[in-house]
Design a protein around this ligand. Sequence first.
Ligand SMILES: NC(=O)c1ccc[n+]([C@@H]2O[C@H](COP(=O)([O-])OP(=O)(O)OC[C@H]3O[C@@H](n4cnc5c(N)ncnc54)[C@H](OP(=O)(O)O)[C@@H]3O)[C@@H](O)[C@H]2O)c1
Length: 348
Amino acid sequence: MIWILGATGRTGREIARQVAARGGTPVLVGRSAERLRKAAADLGLGDAEVVATADLAAAIAERRPAVVVNTIGGYAETAVPFARACLPGGHYVDLANDLVAMPRLLALDDEARAAGTTLVTGAGFGVLATEAVVAHLCADRSVPREVRVDALPSVASEGGQLGEALARSIVSGLTTGGRRFEDGRMVPARIAADPRTHALPDGQTATSASGPTGELLAAQLASGAPYVVATSGLLPASPIVRAVLPVLGAALRVPPLGRFAVRRLAATELKPYPRPREHSWGHAVVTWPDGTTREAWLRTGDAMDFTTGAAAEVAVRLARGEGRRGAFTPACALGPEVAEAAGGTFVD
Ligand SMILES: NC(=O)c1ccc[n+]([C@@H]2O[C@H](COP(=O)([O-])OP(=O)(O)OC[C@H]3O[C@@H](n4cnc5c(N)ncnc54)[C@H](OP(=O)(O)O)[C@@H]3O)[C@@H](O)[C@H]2O)c1
C-alpha cells in the first residue's frame, strides 16, 4: 500500500495515477472522504481505498502503510512527524525543495537506518533533475572542487488558485535568503545572485539566478564538492526584481507579514497557459582540482509531469524494498537512473 497524503491536490492526484500505472496500490489520503472519492473517480481509480482523517500521523502509525508520499507541503513542519510515524520499516517520500525542511528530514538518517526505513526528500523536478546530473557526472570519480547546478523547469498551468502548499514554499524560499557553499560550509549569499542566460541543447534559451533551494544541498551531498552554487529558472534574472527581493524577504520574516503573504499568494488565480518551452532541463557543471570540467543536462518534458513521475517512481521502488536505508535525496537513495525512469534523458 502506498499512501498519498494530500491526494486531492495537484501533485497528489497525478502521483496516485502514476503509482497505479506503475503497478503499485495507491491509497488516497486526506481530510475529506467526499473530495477523496471524487478525486479517485476522476482519475479512473474508483476502486482505490480512501482514508479521511484529521490525524494523519496517528493513522500512519496505526495502519502501517509500506510507503507514505507526503504532498501536503509545509515540509518544514510536516515532514519529520509523518516520517517518524513510518518507523520502523515503513518508507517515506516528499517533494520538499527548501533549506529548512530538507536538513530536518536528513537529520533522521541514524534513526531511519536503525529502523530499517528509507526516507527520501526532494522527489520532484526541484532537487532530482539537477542532483541526478551531478551524480551522473561524478560516478566513479574523485571528489570535485566546484559544482554549479541550474534547474530550468518549463511548466504548463491549468489555471485555478496557486494553493497554500506552493505559497508556503515560495515564502519560505524568500525568507531564507540566498545561500552557497564555500570551503565546504553553507554561507549566506545575496538572493537571486549569479544571473545567467543559458543556451539550451535544443537551441532555445532560459535564464536563472541563485537562491536557497534544496538543489544546492543535494548537489553538495551528491558530489562532496566544497564550492557549490545552485540557480533556478524560477528566480528572476531581471536587475530590478533582483534588487527588490532581499527587501521583500526581510519583510516577510516578520511572522504576521509572512502569514499574510502566504494567504494572499495562495488565493492568487492563475490563468491557464501552455508550457513556455518544449523541454525542462536540469544542468550541472563539475570542475575537479586538476582543472578538468565536465558538463551534462537532464532533458524532460513538463517539469510537473517529471515531478509526479519522480515521486511515483521512488515510492514504487521503495515499496519493492529497493534503496539504501537511512535519509537521503532521491538519487543518493536509488541512483541517478531513477531520474531516467521518471521521464528524464541525460544529454552529455
Ligand atoms: N520539488 C518539486 O519539484 C515540487 C514540484 C511541485 C510541487 N512541489 C511541492 O509539493 C507540495 C504539494 O504541491 P501541490 O501543488 O500538489 O499542492 P496543492 O494542490 O495545494 O495540494 C495540497 C494537498 O494537501 C492537502 N492539505 C493541505 N493542507 C493540509 C492539512 N493541514 N492536512 C491535510 N491535508 C492538507 C490538500 O487537501 P484539501 O483538499 O483537503 O485541501 C491538498 O490535497 C508543495 O509543497 C509544493 O511546493 C514540489
